[in-house]
Design a protein around this ligand. Structure first.
Ligand code: GLU
Length: 378
């Protein structure tokens, strides 16, 4: 392969999240770990760490390893089967990483997250502090979804989006998605010989979404669709992302040396971390419908006052993320709400000066403060 100049998105990155797909880690035929490959990844990560980069891994493979351990049949698993498989497989997965990194003088930590850990601000801050502390101690955090307790409603379901949320949470500079395909193609490359790989994507347009299709392989849940979703989260957070093939040995070194891939390049607009997090919320807890006057105020950069609220939906708590909708039902923005749903219903349509009398205690004049709000989210 001809050596290309490494891209600045990579060379300038200090904090890097690397997502490793199940298909790379686990041999499809035997259900066993691909030890040689994992060792080559260990070399690459150790080299990055030695160069002063902070690397966090998001690794799939628990279910793929565990289903073999439990002797489960091929094909789709029931939720409880995949939860049980993850419980078994996660041990082998962590043990394998520990062994590989110990041989290279690096400590490893297992971090299992559920959806709420990145979506609820308090838990998000907590998880971020933990990972930051691990990084400060030069420990390689290996993150996965806590599949054993994740149920259908409260799961990411795929590690592509999880890795993007983690990258956003810890304000990484670059997210690498290593999978069995070397980038985003204009059409599914297997079935369409005219498909062309894109070198660079700068925005998730409807055309890009249309290219993503659905297909995933048997071992991994995410297809190109979830990778493009991850791209949306990453770019929305000002983080560069790259989709690269991890099939060959030393996948990160290959990437630096110019292996084919697709870069999702973030613009440099400085967006506050809090607003980024709000913009990337996957599961808002409720909806606040506002009147035309409030719509105008929000679009003009003002806070949302209770007086402009016509209806509240959902059972959110104080500090949760809500969607704000216009009188025509259009999403105006998202924000963190200063009152819980019960209180919000009581003060909806009322003047801020009446809040204390209605609720029996004084609170913020705004239902959603403009600092806690992102208006005009894509
Ligand atoms: N968390 C799952 C596992 O460890 C993988 C999800 C995915 O493949 O994206 O098995």
């Amino acid at each position: 392969m001809t050596k290309l100049k490494p891209r600045p998105e990579w060379t300038d990155a200090r904090r890097i999240v690397v997502k490793i797909g199940s298909a790379l880690l686990v041999d499809r035929a035997t259900g066993r770990l691909r030890a040689t490959w994992l060792n080559s990844l260990g070399d690459d990560v150790a080299a990055l760490a030695a160069a002063g980069k902070e690397v966090v891994l998001v690794s799939s493979g628990a279910i793929a390893l565990g289903r073999h351990g439990l002797g489960l049949p091929k094909g789709a698993l029931e939720l409880e089967q995949s939860q049980a498989a993850a419980a078994v497989g996660q041990i082998s997965l962590s043990a394998a990483y520990r062994e590989v990194f110990a041989a290279r003088g690096l400590a490893v930590a297992q971090v299992l997250l559920t959806l709420g850990d990145t979506e609820e601000r308090r838990r998000y801050l907590n998880a971020r502090r933990t990972i930051d502390t691990l990084i400060a101690h030069k420990c390689i955090a290996v993150v996965n979804e806590n599949d054993t307790v994740a149920t259908t409603e409260i799961r990411y379901g795929d590690n592509d989006r999880l890795s993007a949320r983690v990258a956003s949470m810890i304000t990484a500079d670059c997210l690498v998605l290593l999978s069995d395909i070397d980038g985003l193609y204009t059409a599914p490359p297997g079935s369409r010989p005219d498909a062309v790989r894109l070198d660079e994507v700068r925005a998730i347009t409807p055309e890009i979404e249309a290219m993503a299709g659905d297909a995933g392989s048997e071992l991994s849940r995410g297809g190109m669709k979830t990778k493009v979703e991850a791209g949306r989260i990453a770019l929305g957070s000002g983080i560069h992302m790259v989709i690269a093939s991890g099939k060959a040995l030393h996948p990160l070194r290959q990437l630096v040396e110019g292996a084919p891939c697709t870069w999702f390049v973030a613009s440099n607009d400085p967006v506050a971390a809090r607003k980024r997090w709000i913009a990337g919320q996957l599961v808002p807890a409720g909806t606040v419908h506002v009147d035309a006057g409030a719509e105008k105020a929000l679009l003009g950069g003002k806070s949302l006052l209770p007086a402009g609220v016509v209806r509240i939906e959902g059972a959110f708590g104080r500090g949760d993320a809500v969607v704000i909708k216009s009188p025509t039902g259009m999403e105006l923005g998202r924000g963190l709400v200063a009152y819980d749903a019960t209180e919000a219903r009581q003060i909806a349509g009322k003047k801020s000066g009446e809040i204390a009398a209605i609720l029996g205690h004084a609170g913020r004049a705004e239902l959603v403060h403009r600092d806690d709000m992102v208006v005009g989210r894509g």
